[in-house]
Design a protein around this ligand. Structure first.
Ligand code: SAH
Length: 277
C-alpha cells in the first residue's frame, strides 16, 4: 500500500517520510504540525473575524435605530475646525519606570488624545517625544496606522532637542504654579507615564532640574477633590481641548474628570451661593 506513509493530524494529511519531518522527536513533530495547521487555517480565521465584525456592527446599527444606544456624535464640518497654535508634548521617557501593562495603558491613553484631537474644535499639534521601542511595539500591535495620524508626530528625540526651553511648561500636579490660560506660543508638556502614583513628583523634579517652568491645572480653584488631583495623560489632554473650546475650566473639569474621581468632591463656591439665598 503506497498510502501507508500518510497520516492525518487535526484534519490535515501529511507524509511521514517528508524530509522536513525526519529526525524530529514526537513532540517536535507535533509542534511543527500544529504550526502548519495554524498557518493553513489563517484565511478561515480571518474570514471568521471579518464576519464577526460585520455582525457586531449590524447589531450596533440596529440598537441605534431602536434607540437603545445613542448614535455616535456627528462629525464636525471641516469648516468649523480651527487648529489651535497651542502645542503639546507628551514626554514618553519613563517606560523604564513602568510595567508592561502600564506601557499598554499609555498607548491607549495616547489613542484617546488623538481621538479628542479629532473630535475637538481646536485640535492641537502633539509631539510624542522620547518615543522608544517599548511604546512603539505597543502601537504596532494595537494601532499600526499611527504613523499616518494627523496632528501627531512621534519622535525618538527628547523635547529639549526640539523646542526652545523658554517656551516649555511642564504640567505637573505637584507644581506650586497654576495655569490660568493656555497661551498660544507655549508648548505644554504632559508626562507620558502611567504609574498609579508610585513616582510622586517625578515630572516636577525632572522639569526643575532642567530649568523648565512647571504648572498645575487649576483644579483646586474649582473643585475640592476628595481624591488626589493627579489625572491621566488623556484626561489632561481632553481638559485642554475642552478649555480651548469653552474657555471655562470648571466646565472642562466637570465634563472630563470621571465621575468616580469626582465622587464626594465639592464645587468651590457652592457654599457661598447657598448662604446668599
Ligand atoms: N507621577 C507622575 C504622575 C503622572 S500623571 C508625575 O510625576 O507627574 C500623567 C501626567 O499628567 C503628569 O506627568 C502631568 O504632566 C499631567 N497631570 C496629571 N495631573 C495633573 C494636574 N492636576 N495638573 C497638571 N498636570 C497634570
Amino acid at each position: 500500500n503506497n498510502n501507508s506513509n500518510i497520516r492525518t493530524y487535526q484534519g490535515i494529511t501529511y507524509d511521514i517520510t517528508d524530509p522536513k519531518y525526519q529526525g524530529l522527536s514526537k513532540n517536535a513533530l507535533k509542534r511543527l504540525l500544529k504550526d502548519e495547521v495554524w498557518n493553513a487555517t489563517r484565511d478561515q480565521r480571518n474570514k471568521f473575524q471579518k464576519e464577526k465584525k460585520k455582525r457586531k456592527s449590524a447589531e450596533r446599527r440596529k440598537l441605534i435605530q431602536e434607540g437603545v444606544i445613542p448614535p455616535p456624535p456627528p462629525k464636525r464640518a471641516r469648516t468649523e475646525i480651527e487648529p489651535s497654535p497651542v502645542r503639546v508634548v507628551v514626554d514618553c521617557s519613563f517606560t523604564s519606570y513602568m510595567h508592561d501593562t502600564e506601557v499598554k495603558s499609555l498607548q491607549a491613553q495616547l489613542v484617546r488624545c488623538h481621538s479628542a484631537n479629532r473630535a475637538g474644535l481646536h485640535p492641537m499639534q502633539i509631539t510624542v517625544t522620547s518615543f522608544d521601542d517599548a511604546l512603539k511595539h505597543a502601537f504596532e500591535k494595537k494601532t499600526p496606522t499611527f504613523t499616518n495620524w494627523k496632528n501627531i508626530e512621534f519622535s525618538t528625540e527628547p523635547y529639549l532637542e526640539k523646542f526652545d526651553t523658554s517656551k516649555l511648561v511642564y504640567l505637573s500636579a505637584d507644581s506650586d504654579n497654576v495655569v490660568r490660560e493656555l497661551e498660544d506660543d507655549k508648548v505644554y508638556i504632559i508626562g507620558g507615564i502611567v504609574d498609579k502614583n508610585r513616582h510622586k513628583g517625578l515630572c516636577q523634579k525632572k522639569a526643575t532640574d532642567q530649568g523648565i517652568a512647571t504648572a498645575a491645572l487649576p483644579i483646586g480653584e474649582y473643585l475640592q477633590m476628595a481624591s488626589r488631583k493627579v489625572l491621566t495623560v488623556n484626561h489632561v489632554y481632553e481638559i485642554m481641548i475642552k478649555w480651548l473650546e469653552t474657555r471655562d475650566w470648571e466646565k472642562a473639569f466637570l465634563e472630563i474628570i470621571p465621575g468616580r474621581k469626582l465622587k464626594d468632591s465639592k464645587l468651590i463656591g457652592e457654599e457661598e451661593e447657598e448662604e446668599e439665598d
